[in-house]
Design a protein around this ligand. Sequence first.
Ligand code: ATP
Ligand code: MG
Length: 316
Amino acid sequence: MIQITDLTKKYGNFTALDHLTLTLPEGTVFGFVGANGAGKSTTFLILSTLLQPTSGTVVIDGIDITKQPEEIRRRIGYMPDFFGIYDQLKAHEYLDFYGASYGIPPAERERLITDLLELVNLSDKRDTYVDSLSRGMKQRLCLARSLIHDPKVLILDEPASGLDPRARVEMRDILRSLKSMGKTILISSHILPELAEMCDEIGVIDSGRLIAHGSVPEIQAQLAGDKTITVRVAGDRSAAVPVFEESPFVSNISLGAETGQLSFTFKGEDADQFQLLRSAVLAGIRIVSFSEDSADLEDVFMQITKGADHRESQAD
Ligand SMILES: Nc1ncnc2c1ncn2[C@@H]1O[C@H](COP(=O)(O)OP(=O)(O)OP(=O)(O)O)[C@@H](O)[C@H]1O
Ligand SMILES: [Mg+2]
């Protein structure tokens, strides 16, 4: 559905996007994660035909974005990371204005606006002036606007930023229903855990380069490095220590606060892990539980983007 090849954007001498390559099948919900200044908005602006790339190509639904930008605009809905000022415009007039600019006939617009306001839970704000809506409501209105021409692809730049926890959950529900309609959705965020549960695929961008790409578990496995295993034994745990120490895959054994508990760093494949558990059991260690602590997504993100802040301060 979307093929991005060697996409590069330079602002003067500064390279904001550096040979970004990515393919997304139809119906994917793709989460684009990166620190401030990583290049998320730049990528989304190019995909939305609002910014010219310096080099590289983007093909959406078989159409090259620089060759047929009008065709692309019909297929995509873009939600920017800012709202803009719309004095003296009520919520339904705002949507009507955008509907008209996409050439949707008035009668159809009326029906569409009612449906969209319902989808984003703003039916009761139909006659409210846009400027007096709360930030979360404006964000939802902006999402409704990006849907007015029923695009196949949605490009949402930080749709959840600045939302309170309830509004975040609501935004997630709206995105879920859009996914079930078969739309291909690209969402950006600074926060990996925020995206994890709603995305099929995650891409991590750092200083204009895609440094990781895959499903959430793949990203975790790719980037988390060593894992920590916690074991609980019945009875004396000190007997267990030498057994684990023997393994070449184990290091940093520590005794936990709880009776019978110990943990260690494990570097190895699943088969090695199985062998370790087996040999401990065969050695007579009375293992009650043997569990892998899953890498914390926040930690993973900090680990892979470390240094980004430094580079950003140079860029600014
Ligand atoms: N119009 C511009 N002129 C010069 N440099 C720019 C321009 N727009 C963006 N940049 C630079 O390009 C880099 C990428 O910016 P971009 O807005 O794409 O980052 P981002 O990932 O969206 O960040 P944020 O999380 O803060 O929104 C930044 O270093 C930024 O300073
Ligand atoms: Mg941005």
